[in-house]
Design a protein around this ligand. Structure first.
Ligand SMILES: Nc1ncnc2c1ncn2[C@@H]1O[C@H](COP(=O)(O)OP(=O)(O)OP(=O)(O)O)[C@@H](O)[C@H]1O
Ligand SMILES: [Mg+2]
Length: 365
């Protein structure tokens, strides 16, 4: 599989959020949010609790009015339209199935509302249930299904109306870890097969990285970065994004006018020049390794340190290494014969210049 590094959708935008804003009294839950989503693109809204993901999704779906801004679908403004006129299917975190109806009736309901004739309703319900591999479950009540099956019903119910846009709000958060992974792939497969444009809300960065074409990282109602998983992970635009997506060592240091970063007595090469003064240096644990000698070639940082913790869990070895004033976490895959360093042992660490992210101090948290 090739890494997707494209920065913008290839197709014309299908869903446009233009200066979308939601205020509750004086608090701005979503602040002038502008995103263009391509046709068939799966975009993730990712961020910590309370950052405005659900609020954004509810505005897109018409379940909550926007305070300001516009929502455009396929060139048509829908900002003032009620939910059922927006051509969108919505999957909620708690599934929100009708408990007294069978699975098939749950799916059929939205079609009845839209005045779809009975024979066509039956065909479409069957097709949607087959799509989520629940063809034999149409007669059951939701309570007679497992969590994963209920989640599939919720997905089928959103798909059966054949919406041009699918909105998903933390659809997997009630499932256990294994099922989450299986279901996220299933959602991705169906979304790609149908070529449906989708907005997927999650606070789980691994989930977002795994299935989204692009990710919008939000904090406190503000869009911090919009980019492919590759861009978000490798080229985070600020300290918050770097810290939120993936694990990272975060160290206070100083950058000089020559671009070198001073950490205690160490002079380190950095991925960029961001300040002449205090910076936060960030390096991901798995981008650092224990080496016998300075690696060949240009662009390496090396530092000697003392092992203060060593955790061996079979496939992974995690070390904490005191380097000057900092404690750095180092994570590496193990191999047969690779002896874990002992506590107190002096080790040489190496990592690449490009992996040495720097941001002006004070931009994180
Ligand atoms: N009806 C409301 N009235 C007042 N404030 C609200 C209302 N709904 C949401 N908020 C506030 O808006 C902010 C964003 O809430 P939202 O539900 O969009 O967050 P979220 O990103 O979905 O979080 P989570 O990951 O916890 O679901 C929060 O500070 C929340 O308290
Ligand atoms: Mg939410």
């Amino acid at each position: 599989m090739s890494v997707n590094t494209k920065a913008a959708p290839e197709t014309a935008p299908h869903l446009v959020l233009d200066g979308l804003e939601k205020r509750f009294g004086a608090s701005r839950a979503v602040q002038s949010l502008s995103i263009s989503v391509g046709k068939g693109e799966l975009i993730g809204l990712l961020g910590p609790s309370g950052c405005g993901k659900t609020t954004t999704l509810r505005m897109i779906g018409g379940l909550m009015p926007a305070t300001e801004g516009r929502i455009v679908v396929g060139g048509r403004e829908v900002t003032q339209l009620p939910p059922h006129k927006r051509d969108m299917g919505i999957v909620f975190q708690n599934y929100a199935l009708f408990p007294h109806m069978t699975v098939a009736e749950n799916l059929s309901f939205g079609l009845e509302m839209r005045k779809v004739p009975k024979a066509e309703r039956e065909t479409r319900v069957k097709r949607a249930l087959d799509m989520v591999r629940l063809g034999a479950f149409g007669g059951r009540k939701p309570r007679e299904l497992s969590g994963g099956q209920q989640q599939r019903v919720a997905l089928a119910r959103a798909l059966v109306i054949e919406p041009s846009i699918l909105l998903l709000d933390e659809p997997l958060s009630n499932l256990d870890a294994n099922l989450r992974e299986e279901m996220r792939n299933e959602i991705r497969d169906i979304q790609q097969r149908l070529g449906i444009t989708a907005v997927f809300v999650t606070h789980d960065q691994a989930e977002a990285l795994a299935i989204c074409d692009r990710i919008a990282v939000m904090r406190l109602g503000v869009l911090e970065q919009l980019g492919t998983p590759y861009e978000i992970y490798e080229r985070p635009s600020n300290e918050f994004v770097a810290g939120f997506v993936g694990r990272v060592n975060r160290v206070a240091a100083t950058q000089g006018p020559d671009g070198l970063v001073q950490l205690g007595d160490l002079s380190l090469l950095a991925a960029g020049q961001v300040a002449n003064g205090p910076v936060t240096m960030m390096v991901r644990p798995h981008r650092m390794r224990v080496v016998d000698a300075t690696p060949e070639g240009e662009g390496w940082n090396v530092a000697r340190g003392e092992v203060t913790r060593s955790t061996f869990v079979g496939d992974l070895l995690t070390l904490e290494v005191k380097v000057g004033p900092a404690i750095l976490t180092v994570e590496q895959h193990t191999f047969a014969g690779g002896r874990p360093p002992a506590l107190g042992e002096s080790v040489l660490l190496a990592w690449r210049q490009e992996d040495t992210l720097v941001f002006p101090a004070g931009g994180g948290a």
